[in-house]
Design a protein around this ligand. Structure first.
Ligand code: ADE
Length: 226
């Protein structure tokens, strides 16, 4: 899978994909992430990519021309399955969307800044708008990093144990069950015996029960279905 990201702060996207699972995915050639500095398509020698908003009001807006030129140029080489704009007024990101996006070949993500991007770019180019939660970040980069991480780990072959993503929280609209490691007795606090007794069927039943319990307690909305 290839993910291209247009940003005015490419440095912000250096570290998130250079460690751990994302690093391994890139090294294995399963994921490429390219960041493009929007200022490369700035309209003048002052590197301008934003301007005042029509109608007045505080805050700058990212201009249509640099974004359109950037997207047009990138589209010459690639056909994107989705052109995604990160924005707090987008559709809430969840595991289902991550699953769906992990099956795509080519994604382009646009990170907004300031007051956002000119509406005409949203209308003409953007095919999907994603919010990572009901709060406002100072730019779309951290949100894009969250989305790329959630998608990247689902690409087949990225996780060492191919099945482990299937048991993540949310994959069945259930939260994950509690997990334990050694020691079996930590300061008198013991691991549930079923996990030690070695009957895989019982372990599975216990985990499912715990998942249900946890979901009922913490996220009953997930059990209501959609
Ligand atoms: N940009 C600013 N805030 C955001 C959010 N909550 N989700 C996605 N992109 C954003």
């Amino acid at each position: 899978m290839n993910i291209d990201i247009i940003t005015v702060v490419p440095d912000l996207l250096e570290s998130p994909f250079s460690h751990s699972i994302m690093k391994r995915a890139r090294e294995k050639g399963l994921l490429t992430v390219n960041t493009y500095n929007l200022r490369k398509w700035a309209i003048n020698k002052h590197m301008q990519v934003d301007d005042y908003q029509f109608g007045g009001g505080a805050g700058m807006v990212m201009m249509p021309e640099p974004l359109a030129n950037a997207i047009d140029e990138l589209q010459k080489d690639k056909k994107y399955d989705e052109i995604i704009f990160m924005t707090p007024d987008g559709k809430s990101f969840n595991q289902q969307t991550a699953n769906r996006l992990s099956m795509k070949e080519n994604l382009l993500i646009i990170c907004g800044h300031y007051k956002g991007i000119d509406e005409r770019i949203r209308q003409k180019y953007v095919t999907m708008e994603i919010s990572i939660g009901d709060y406002v970040l100072s730019g779309g980069e951290l949100a894009a990093a969250v989305v790329v991480d959630a998608i990247g780990r689902l690409i087949p072959g990225v996780l060492g144990d191919e099945t482990s993503a299937l048991f993540d929280s949310f994959q069945d609209n259930l939260l994950a069950p509690p997990v334990y490691t050694r020691p079996a007795d930590f300061r008198g606090d013991k691991v549930p015996p079923v996990l030690i007794q070695g009957d895989p069927k019982k372990v599975e039943e216990w985990r499912h029960e715990q998942s249900l319990l946890r979901t009922k307690e913490r996220r009953p909305d997930l059990l209501e279905g959609d």
